[in-house]
Design a protein around this ligand. Structure first.
Ligand SMILES: [Zn+2]
Length: 314
């Protein structure tokens, strides 16, 4: 392999021996002289694609660093997911997706959520009734936080599956651009990570702000709303906005699909519609009522809409 191959133009094919393929469609790019895939139209940079072939393209993702720096790359990937623009301009199609570690992100992110949820519940109890009381009520006898955590976990996993199904609506566009399922999976997993991780981060901020306000202003009047009540509505709104942004930028910046924003918005809309239908079905067939803990999960995201659904159906 000659040193010439690292220049900005195509490598000297007579001495370049590595296999070099289009990151989007897998087409063999050998012997090409123009930096554009004749199969799918992907415009690439010779520098980047040669670095990828030599396995010298630096990736920030957990997928590529789970073996050498697992914790740092996991939290790094979760942190980047909260800044979708940064994430999708750093995660490149040239980084070959590794399905195993990519899917491992899902249980790890759920574990992070579980730790947050139990710590949050414990902290509030400590705040209101003291450390020993909080410790006493954190045992397995007091089941509510644990049951709720199980429901939330199932709910988040259902959202992830629904997102993957929703994106399949674009299968014609995806097939036209020769986009492979592994790349779609990366957009789905990392956007879903943004949704769950943002709930954790905003939840922690709200916990601290809520406790400080409570200390400053005392308990709310009987029947009145606690201070900064609006913030509890802001939490799902911010998470959803981030979710839409991540899917859209994944389409637009990472997969370079046209109409990325519209595509992202429709995919997320379909996702929530699917989850709502699932919860409605579950409520009618299993509980025979919409006033059940599963349907209340939707209430956490769409307070007004669920009240409207309840008034229509019951
Ligand atoms: Zn291609």
């Amino acid at each position: 392999m000659s040193e010439q191959s690292s220049c900005a133009s195509h490598p000297d094919w007579s001495s370049f021996t590595l296999e070099i393929r289009c990151p989007r469609c897998g087409y063999d790019l050998r012997m090409l002289t123009v930096a554009r895939c004749p199969e799918c139209g992907w415009r690439f940079s010779w520098d980047v694609i040669i670095a990828a072939a030599k396995q010298r393209l630096e990736s920030p993702l957990f997928e590529d660093h789970w073996h050498d720096r697992p914790l740092r790359s996991f939290f790094g990937t979760v942190g980047r997911s909260l800044l979708p623009w940064r994430l999708w301009s750093q995660a490149r199609l040239e980084h070959v997706p590794h399905v195993g570690p990519l899917l491992t992100m899902v249980p790890l992110v759920m574990l992070l959520y579980a730790v947050y949820w139990l710590a949050n519940t414990f902290a509030w109890r400590w705040f209101f009734s003291g450390f020993w009381s909080a410790l006493r009520y954190s045992g397995p006898i007091y089941r509510w936080p644990y049951e709720n955590l199980v429901r939330k976990t199932v709910f988040f996993l259902a959202v992830g599956c629904a997102l993957w199904l929703s994106v399949q609506v674009y299968r014609h566009t995806l097939a036209k651009h020769r986009i492979r399922q592994v790349h779609i999976l990366r957009v789905v997993v990392l956007s879903w990570t943004a949704l769950v991780a943002s709930r954790v981060v905003i939840g922690l901020v709200l916990m601290v702000v809520g406790m400080v306000l409570r200390k400053l202003t005392g308990p709310p009047p009987l029947g009145g709303r606690p201070p900064a009540y609006w913030m509890w509505y802001a939490q799902p709104a911010i998470s959803l906005a981030l979710f839409v942004a991540s899917v859209s930028l994944g389409f637009r910046v990472y997969l370079r699909l046209p109409h990325g924003w519209a595509g992202g918005l429709i995919a997320v809309g379909l996702t929530w519609a699917m989850v709502a239908v699932l919860l409605l079905g579950l409520s009618f067939y299993y509980f025979d009522s919409l006033k059940n803990p599963w349907f209340s999960l939707l209430e956490l995201w769409w307070p007004g809409v669920t009240r409207w659904i309840i008034s229509v159906f019951q």
